[in-house]
Design a protein around this ligand. Sequence first.
Ligand code: CA
Ligand code: CA
Length: 977
Amino acid sequence: MALNHWLLLLLLQVLHEVTGTRVKLNMGGFEDVVIAINPQIPEDNKMVDAIKDMVKEASTYLFSATRQRFYFKTVKVIIPSTWEPKNEYQRVTTESYDKADVIVADHYLKHGDDPYTLQYGGCGEPGRYIHFTPNFLTNDKLHNAYGPRGRVFVHEWAHLRWGVFDEYNNDAPFYTPGGDNLPEATRCSAGFTGQYIFPLGGKSYRDCKIDHRTQLYEHGCLFVPKRHQDTAASIMYLQSLPSVTQFCDKSNHNIKATNLQNKMCNYRSTWEVIMASPDFASSSPIMVPPPDPTVSLLQKQDRVLCLVLDVSGSMDANNRTVRLKQAAEIFLLQVIEAGSWVGIVTFSSTAAVKTHLKQISNDSMRKTLTEYLPTRTTRGTNICSGVRSGFQVFLHKYGSTKGCEIVLLTDGEDTAISSCFDEVQRSGSIIHTIALGSNATKDLETLADKTGGLKFSITDSVDSNSLIDAFSGLSSGSGDISQQSIQLESRGQSVGSQDQLNGIVTIDKTVGNDTFFVVTWGTSPPEILLTDPKGREYTEKDFAVDNTNVRTARLKIDGTAETGEWIYSIKNTHSGAQVISITVTTRAASASVPPLIVKSYTKSDTNKFPSPMVIYAEVSQGFLPVIGAKVTVTVEPEIGTPVELELYDDGLGADILKNDGIYSRYFTSFRGNGRHNIKVRVQGKDQTLRRSRRQSQALYLTGFVEEDGQITMNPPKPEPTDDELQTNLGSVSRVASGGSFVVSGVPLENTITDVYPPSKISDLEVKLDEDDDHFCLAWTAPGNDYDTGQAERYEIKMSGNPLELRHGTFDDATSVNTTGLAVEISGVRQMFRYKPHNFTKENGTSIYFAIRAIDGSSNVGEVSNIARAVVLLPALPPTPASPVTTSTAHTTPDDKYSVSPTPDDKHTTPSNVKPTCANDTNTINTTMETVIIVCASAIIICAIVSITVCVLRKQRYRSYDTCMDITAVNKNALTIL
Ligand SMILES: [Ca+2]
Ligand SMILES: [Ca+2]
């Protein structure tokens, strides 16, 4: 079946492409795990000791948790350059903060210390990094809430390395196990015992009531586990409890829990996912206990970098030498951080050192360096001679090549490039590659892959401005965000005679220092008019114009640039058309307020057709997700027309979580083989842009039930308030290069057939309509090719047993007649009303539904999440599960625990209230309880009697014309089984 074929291909792809990390697995030991400390953190040796202890504890715990298979062998800690040097600190080589597996940094809003792993891929795909705060590492009082640090590290490592997900769910903390059973806490395994309590303020609490509309415990109810349990699983739920030493496996996995692990991993246990990993396949159990991990400390030095630039004859073509000079000037004058050391080498058949390392101490040194940029070309391309000369530049000053960076730009073929691969690997230098034009040698990226460098691919189409973007993207990976250059605008296009290039650049409050406006042209200097937010005008006379061989006009704004909209108008006064570009770069306005930044990732660096590519953009401010931005990506192939895609943070299709600041999209429009360059553009408007909380975090345990039955509560978890989070960010703009990926195996365009199925529907909801016994289903339409276009039809299945609806048994489950169900275009919310034949109802019965989409070429999409509808009888008692008792809780010594019931608590209006299934929700909202109780009698599902279709077009939040009040739905609560 096509689907299985796809999953296999996808999996294989994932297994061999690990983004960012350079961790190696050697005989069960993880080597070269990098933990980097943010340069803003003050020197603290206790923290380094805590990291060492954590790693040691984690290694033992991991070894036992993975049934003697994996442990931590070598770990490198990057000490920031801001700390006092010590003899024991080694020099950083190819490791960097930006690529670290674990980051130690403070949140921007210092509330809470939840460790988390940035995960944006699907089940089994590796995450980006683990984040710990310094307080988490040094404050032992947090043990009660998170458990020992080594255990937390293993929990996060499983997220990072094996792509498993949490088994708790703060958004859907309870589920109904079915039948007459009481609700249960979302957890794995279900063997955990504890008490369901509702805090009353102070140290008082009572038993939780059941909300009869949902059959779940009321909003605000907490599950407090016993401190001493009999169950050993699972680490992805409660690693903090002493008994927990294992991951949930097939034998004890809780398939009914409404958690992300079930949703993302098709109801498989975490251990089954780990067993399917390439790590597992390449390892076997180890008979003897492993040695303690070796932790080495590395310290970041000054940034040392050499531009190694191709001056072969082909650089004369397509204006490449001029474009190189324009882009490299932007790098030297605007991008590279003060204090860095820069050398310049050129190469053709032989290499020449243009300048040895010079330290960027002031603007005049920046200017001096630009004078060494090449203007003339000679014959031949010998990349290795250029790289070796780069090494000589480093050795000349440092006696070492370790930790130095080479920026290697070439447009030529070179069959001898592999002759220096080993040398490069041994050097400990990082090589960033820029491939210019479509003839750049195919193995160029190997140099970056071997050294952890960035990769860019630049076409001769100057419209994209991508060479400038590449140089702008070469910021230091040191984590010192306040020093990094940020690109606000990057545009280039052919402008007719007397026509204008017009636009607006927004400078937001978080940026504005070192702001440069740079205009380039192809033939003759244009007229420039730039107006700042206060109305001050700058013309070309205010710009430094160089029309000799760089064709650039540059304006540096003194001090911090005015916040607001800067309007530019650039007029081509030349008699013919010419290419004009504008680039705006800046730095943070203040060292204490992190700027909003965007980073772009792809699922892998290489892609074999027809496997789909997934493109991600992370928009954040100081580790807080930023949501509500418009994010567009331009994918530019070596040859052919660029494709523009909008990325979404809507939790649908390629996007695994809504509102986590990760914007995602499938890319399947392959038109040819070779390099594809990525450029990402972020626009945020006043009204929509805001910060958000992290969602996926290690569980903060609210309390324990002690052996004597008393309850010990932990202090409530500190979190930023809504006000702090939503402080007006203003309007922002950002443009960044997302590097490049290489595609192979694409057939000739006219032979490409449709092999891409519709994406998995992950937001199916269902509700029994209390008026006429119709089930009302709602979901967002997928596309023809994943999340693009329009599918052809749907298959819907129902069952009293949710397990029957999973992939594998879906085909055999009872079909829902979907005659008359029209398929909407991708992204449109659609509805379907359905009434089974001979439908009789029994109180508390759950009916489950699942759906999948099929496209016009019979490509079958993955089975959706499984949605549940509950039948409720009027006789159902509207109040408590058990008699209300009031007791008091122990508190931990430092505890300031107090909870005052909010109005919400009193009225028990949970966020996970089920939606109503009626046409007029204005009425329903006030009379929901009464109306639902109308549903009565016993249930057996047989056949299909009648169907009504109701479709909502684009107005997904206007509930009056829906058959379901979508706005009242907490998606996770209802749709994840
Ligand atoms: Ca997302
Ligand atoms: Ca398709």
